[in-house]
Design a protein. Sequence first.
Length: 260
Amino acid sequence: MFTLLIIGCAVLGLAVGSFLNVVIYRVPRKLSIVAPRSACPSCSTPILDRDNIPVISWLILKGRCRTCHAPISPRYPLVELGCSALFAGTAARVGVHWALPAYLVFMASLLALAMIDLELMVLPKMIIYPSLLGVAAFLTLAAGVNHEWHRLLIAGICALSWFALFFLINLISPRALGFGDVRLSLLLGLGLGWFGVRYVILGFFTANLVGAVIGVTLIALKKMKRNQPIAYGVFLAFGAASAILVGSILLEPFQNLTLR
């Protein structure tokens, strides 16, 4: 059953990833994600159902529009594959648990937000707030069914604590930290806090470590200026996803500490 769960979540991830491609393009441009149906950005021809199968259609069409033969960005199948991998990894990590839906929503949201931030340097609240409500609702359900209210309480405290820290930083220096990151901190703190304070610390540390290494490298290669803003949301999302997927392994040497 556990294997079937992972496979099922991987297949679901492909479908959700296809939807995320719509979200990634339309939401920051304030377009409806419902209508009109997806179309080729070059010739505006609506995409046929047979050409909308995740990954497979892109491969069959060799990355080009069926009508005008304009190239289709490999970002589309990569997002679908990425979402599938995240869903499979999340299923393997969380297992058969009522909290699993919360973390599928969590991972899908992080992927969409990271891709948008990477492209446009924005973190839309139209994604953050619904995701926050969805994760909170599913975690509340899990807490009620499994009588794990203490985990929900810790998650809530972590969310508010991370938000307070980022809000203070934004208040002191808005140029150092955008308010989109402040909003995102609520979602990150809630999702990581369910697993414990250690995971919140690990996610935050990983985000900043990876961000610093990449930033210093780009500056050294003269690909980026010292005062140039970075897509911090990408690193926050990466840190949070990494903490959930491999945090139990990374934190194993510290499991005897009293901090929980």
